[in-house]
Design a binder for this molecule. Structure first.
Ligand SMILES: Nc1nc2c(c(=O)[nH]1)N[C@H]1C(S)=C(S)[C@@H](COP(=O)(O)O)O[C@H]1N2
Ligand SMILES: [Mo]
Length: 340
């Protein structure tokens, strides 16, 4: 997604995958390093020397973030008969502008992200403000798998097996006070770790930290998930480690990553994409095939499968991304054309 003021002349996601495919090159390079026995050599050298050797191959950040297996209840209620998007696509085709605007930038630039220790605070109109570490979160809320469609406003989609717990569980523990109407979310602000926060062009023009919001009813809806993992393991940084929101009936930009703060409020909070381009990205951002983006149709989407984006099948987009049974009632009486 780009904004229309012309810094980016062309949507990054329209670039041909072949033109930007570091993935195969990356794998080849790693195989070469391994064959030369340099993995072991590299590992025993101090950081700078290590980086220097890897720079011979044009890559100073080959280290992969390590994810951990999670214990969770297998998907039962929230499933689909659609094919899952393969894990290697889910973790290699991302939007996370803090790490760059290209689809492969987040995976390439985030592997060194530090997510331990992590602190998530819940504050505002609550009876009991909470500050929780990642282990607290895992201990407190039973984890479950949920297979959801993820529909990006850029008209591509995936099917992802998330692991997480309902946001409602967290809000219930904090105790929402009467008078509360909205919930605001904030991503980590750490320009040292997130190069897109340092450089306005690299960060797509967004004013950081990235912020998002939901109505209280949306936040309490049973679909709304705090995700800590995918494909059975903790989240890699590019997908929003260690904890991110997943709101499957809304465009993907609502599903804010790497959250450090949740605030319960009595008014609608500002949201990053709405602040940047208000006539293109609304607060609600419900998936809606009848309301086009000003610059493209939202009637269909490319479903990312084993072949990636450019061999993806084009399928019709469904109202509320197919989750109308759960959420349509939230918008009864609301004009979804004006409240887009
Ligand atoms: N903090 C933050 N959260 C973010 C974004 C971002 O740039 N920064 N991109 C959003 C967009 S546009 C999408 S489509 C989804 C993509 O999630 P995924 O990379 O896990 O598929 O993350 C959303 N959450
Ligand atoms: Mo998106």
């Amino acid at each position: 997604m780009t904004f229309s003021r012309g810094i980016l002349t062309r949507a990054q996601w329209q670039e041909s995958e072949a033109a930007v495919t570091p993935e195969a090159v990356f794998r080849e390079r790693r195989a070469l390093i391994k064959a030369l026995g340099m993995g072991a050599v590299g590992a025993s050298l101090p950081g700078q020397v290590h980086a220097g050797i890897l720079d011979l191959f044009g890559d100073s950040k080959p280290k992969e973030f390590s994810t951990q297996a999670l214990e969770y209840a297998k998907a039962s209620g929230f499933v689909t008969d659609e094919a899952l998007t393969p894990e290697n696509k889910v973790i290699r085709h991302n939007n996370f502008y803090e790490f760059g605007t290209g689809k492969q930038d987040p995976a390439a630039n985030s592997q060194g992200m530090r997510v331990d220790p992590w602190q998530l605070t819940i504050e505002g109109l609550v009876d009991k403000p909470l500050t929780l570490g990642f282990d607290d979160l895992l201990r407190r809320y039973p984890l479950e798998e949920r297979i959801y469609r993820l529909r990006c406003v850029e008209a591509w989609s995936m099917v992802v097996p998330w692991v997480g717990f309902p946001l409602a569980a967290l809000l219930k523990e904090a105790g929402v006070k009467s008078g509360a109407t909205h919930v605001a979310f904030e991503t980590l602000f750490d320009p040292e770790q997130m190069p897109g926060q340092k450089n306005r062009l690299m960060g797509g023009g967004i004013h950081y930290p990235y912020v998002e919001g939901l109505t209280l009813a949306e936040a309490m809806n049973e679909l709304t998930l705090m995700s800590v993992g995918l494909y059975g393991k903790t989240l890699p940084p590019q997908n929003g480690a260690p904890i991110r929101l997943v709101v499957p009936w809304k465009y993907g930009f609502k599903s804010i990553k790497s959250i450090v703060k949740i605030r319960v409020l009595a008014k609608q909070p500002p949201t990053s994409w709405n602040r940047l381009v208000p006539h293109e990205y609304g607060f609600y951002a419900n998936v809606n095939p009848q309301v086009d983006h000003p610059r493209w149709s939202q009637a269909s989407e490319r479903r990312i499968g084993p072949g990636g984006l450019f061999s993806a099948e084009r399928i019709p987009t469904r109202m509320f991304n197919g989750y109308g049974d759960y959420v349509a009632e939230l918008y009864r009486g609301l004009d979804l054309r004006t409240h887009f």
